[in-house]
Design a protein around this ligand. Sequence first.
Ligand SMILES: Nc1ncnc2c1ncn2[C@@H]1O[C@H](COP(=O)(O)OP(=O)(O)OP(=O)(O)O)[C@@H](O)[C@H]1O
Ligand SMILES: [Mg+2]
Length: 600
Amino acid sequence: MSNRQSQQNSVKITTLTQLASSASYSLLDSLHRDPDATSSGIDYQPRQVFSGHYVPVRPTPITNPKYVAHSKNLFLELGFDDSLATSPDFVRLFSGDLSQVPEPMRQVGWSTGYALSIYGTEYIQQCPFQTGNGYGDGRAISVFEAVINDQRWEMQLKGGGRTPYCRGADGRAVLRSSIREFLAQEHMHALGVPTSRSLSLYVSTDKVQRPWYSEDSRSENPDILISESVAITTRVAPSFIRVGQLELFARRVRHQEHANALQELEKIVLHLIQREYADVIDKELPLAAQIILLAKEFRSRLTSLIGQWIRVGFCQGNFNSDNCAAGGYTLDYGPFGFCDVFDPQYSPWTGGGLHFALMNQPNAAQKNFDSFCSALRPLLSAEHDFLRQFDEIQEGFSNVMHTQMNTMWAKKLGFEHLNMNNHQQLYNSMLSELDKLMKQTKVDYTIFFRELSSIPDDITPLQKSFYSDLAGGADEQTLNHRWKVWLDDWKVLINISISDISGDNSIANSTNNNVSGPQSTKEISAHMKLVNPKYILREWFVVPAYQQAVEGNYELLHELQDVMTQPYAELSKDIEAKYYRLKPTQLFEVGGLSHLSCSS
Ligand SMILES: Nc1ncnc2c1ncn2[C@@H]1O[C@H](COP(=O)(O)OP(=O)(O)OP(=O)(O)O)[C@@H](O)[C@H]1O
Ligand SMILES: [Mg+2]
């Protein structure tokens, strides 16, 4: 019986008391508490936190919490009954009120400090004290950790109120940004991209002021102040340890800030291994050997993650080390976006420049990996052999990243099983012409690859993805001719890959050494449709959903939730007409819709 079936058949959790019995607070019980913190968790003023791994914080509940949405998929995986999402105890806890939770749940949550590196450069100015001791979870508060179906989960409120790291801000998240994060997390999971997950979303009657864009504003930055409802989303992950968190402790070691600095670094690293890498790293190994395995595995997860992001056209517009989860999954859906037009320089965040643009994400990831390595290095200082291996792992990042990207493109184009050694030249020229054509024609990335996945007879279906209005001076006839030639070349390769598999040609050097590849174009098409999604969470789908939600109508939000958790499926004609289409030209360049200045 599959895991999912056994969960469906087992008795569902319907009360918070039942859920409480799975409580297991590994972080609170094995890491160090800030010695200056009070255990009551009434700790809302910005202050410096000099040591310890976490600060106990009691969330500040939102007033009149009202149910907006929950993730049915995650509920199913966790064995939660859907009714739990609207049960008073559950709503109370996940809207920030811990005062009545059943034992052994704890009435105090926790927030963690972290450091920040932007594209590999260490920053401390972001911290109000200019020391780095005031920077961390300013509005994220974890409230529960549990082992459910043999898997450890941490549940964290986003927008749960102020913490010592709030830097004078209000600790809140608005409904708009909460809906974006809520939808995106479950969409990414359905796309098969590792990510934090969404549990629940509650809105309040409380309002806060936020800078935003006036209607149809073309301005880069918000130009008005608006009043918005606050909300709390709960996100769930095996841990929320960020690369920036490891850096914080490593910097303290480097600057010899206190006597326990090295011990705190070691503890957080071992804790990370247990939370995120227990299945691949034996905890009985010496520390240095564990660190080598950790670096190797994180490199593998991170490079694979970036390949997956690019596969689905996802851009993490602010991929700093504090937004880089050390478990190797996607975290912090602030200024993120899925590209409509294929543009290597696509970046949804106006402040991200080219650093965090779509096709520069491998480089941004490498910078975060370098920050990760420099955080681990103090733990290897006396271990020369291990240090050499560690250097090799760090230096090997770009090669591994390159291989991941090649594999990703091969899969996206239906060549999972092509024997590259025999056809490299043909393959390379096909790929390079595709790159040029996609840029010159201005294709819709999702629609193009989805249409290609049907292995069309001619270019007519592909033309559905062309933004002809944007192609500027390009000569349409010449482009169409080039597309015809390209499609023929691509199909020659597709046919070769089928004969490679069915014939005697050696498969030993194929991209993944798997001999049981597809035997027909039909099978290749089916494979491609599992790699190239049909439905993608475009920002201009989300905007009307949150605009409606602000009025108390969640219909569009729930429809999007439904569609975007089945991104590879063929859905109804109505849904197709609504969600499988080009971005309307008039929506390009509109602030809040085509770009964002911050996560607010
Ligand atoms: N309204 C707010 N109140 C307090 N702190 C905030 C607020 N908004 C952002 N921050 C803090 O500013 C920093 C940078 O924000 P960023 O947009 O990267 O993160 P975020 O979206 O709040 O959170 P996360 O990375 O946890 O998903 C974070 O440390 C965050 O906690
Ligand atoms: Mg962040």
